[in-house]
Design a protein around this ligand. Structure first.
Ligand code: COA
Ligand code: ZN
Length: 304
């Protein structure tokens, strides 16, 4: 096996990607979840998105959630934005890390933000400029990077071209989103390989959903290629409004459990993250898909 990174950086996306796809929960619960996550050792939390409340009612209280969250020292909080208006709201609220989003698939982009991919890329150039002018960074998330529920496979060349446009416009990093869980390890190797050979120095984050059970296998394939930055959601919270049957992100505690056992550090306290997953389950009032939440870590023994 190839050498794995000694350490990876995880971004917890449950409060945004997770909760936007669950039935709406009270503001108090959102604040409590972010605060709970801030105590797990995770370094980065995607706290909210600043989107149209008509598009995503679950994020209508983003300003209030962010105002009330305890900003823990040493944690980097970020916000997702779909347009310049969202970027201005995020910067006005004090965020210094923005994520702008565009789908590699034309149809998904239209469903998600009502623009063509090219129009979104034009908007994103302006968002990046606004972020930088305010002293903030901007990551560009290329979603449906491994396929689209409407168009099927999206060619890696197209995905890299979309990312390349964002890089040319000043994106600080790129994230590839497997929005509806269509990636498999071979496809991960292909896309990461193509991106790496075109843009060897651009920081890369990968965002997998576990819709078809390949989430952690995809992470392992990426780890073997040296990728050291992943998204995950506590408990495996979430789904996707535009993809029937889509499940949440890979579960943070499952990724931590696997990585740490392979000598790949995450900085996260596994038991604390499992506790946060139990809290997330209480908040949404349904059983979450995380297996490590059910079974506990492999080293947790029971009385004989
Ligand atoms: N925050 C709050 N409100 C916003 C907004 C933002 N960032 N952007 C637009 N709006 C409001 C407008 O003020 C307008 O409100 P009104 O009808 O009361 O006047 C309404 O939303 C429509 O605005 P418009 O600019 O015409 O946008 P649109 O209808 O073409 O929708 C988006 C485009 C991008 C705003 C919308 O599709 C969206 O928010 N999508 C986000 C989807 C998402 O989060 N997906 C998951 C993450 S990838
Ligand atoms: Zn997602």
């Amino acid at each position: 096996m190839d050498e794995l990174p000694e350490r990876i950086s995880l971004r917890e996306v449950g409060p945004r990607d997770g909760l936007q796809n669950e039935d709406p929960v009270p503001t108090d619960a959102k604040v409590a979840l972010v605060d709970r996550l801030s105590g797990t050792g995770v370094e980065r939390i995607e706290a909210v998105s600043f989107v149209s409340p008509k598009a995503i009612p679950q994020m209508a209280d983003a300003d209030e959630v962010w105002r009330r969250v305890r900003k823990a020292a040493g944690i980097r909080y970020s916000a997702l934005v779909p347009n310049l208006r969202g970027a201005q709201r995020a910067l006005g609220a004090g965020f210094t890390e923005l994520e702008a989003v565009v789908s590699a698939s034309q149809t998904h982009n239209r469903k998600n933000v009502r623009r063509s991919t090219e129009e979104s890329l034009d908007d994103i150039a302006v968002i990046i400029e606004a972020a930088h002018a305010a002293g903030a960074t901007c990551q560009v998330i290329v979603s449906t990077a491994w396929g689209c529920p409407y168009e099927g496979d999206v060619p890696p060349q197209r995905v890299v071209r979309v990312a390349g446009r964002a890089v040319a416009d000043g994106a600080d990093s790129i994230s590839f989103g497997d929005t509806t869980g269509m990636a498999t390890p071979g496809r991960v190797r292909r896309l990461v390989g193509e991106f790496r050979s075109a843009y060897p120095d651009v920081p890369l984050n990968l965002h997998f959903h576990n819709t078809r059970g390949t989430g952690l296998a995809n992470v392992l394939a990426a780890l073997e290629m040296g990728v050291d930055d992943f998204d995950a959601s506590v408990g495996g919270l979430g789904g996707c409004p535009y993809a029937p049957g889509a499940t949440g992100n890979i579960a943070t505690e499952e990724l931590v459990h696997m990585a740490e056992d392979m000598g790949v550090g995450t900085g996260i306290d596994l038991e604390a993250m499992i506790g946060a997953a139990a809290e997330a389950e209480r908040i949404v009032g349904r059983t979450l898909p995380s297996q490590v939440l059910r079974a506990g870590p492999r080293t947790r023994t029971i009385p004989a």
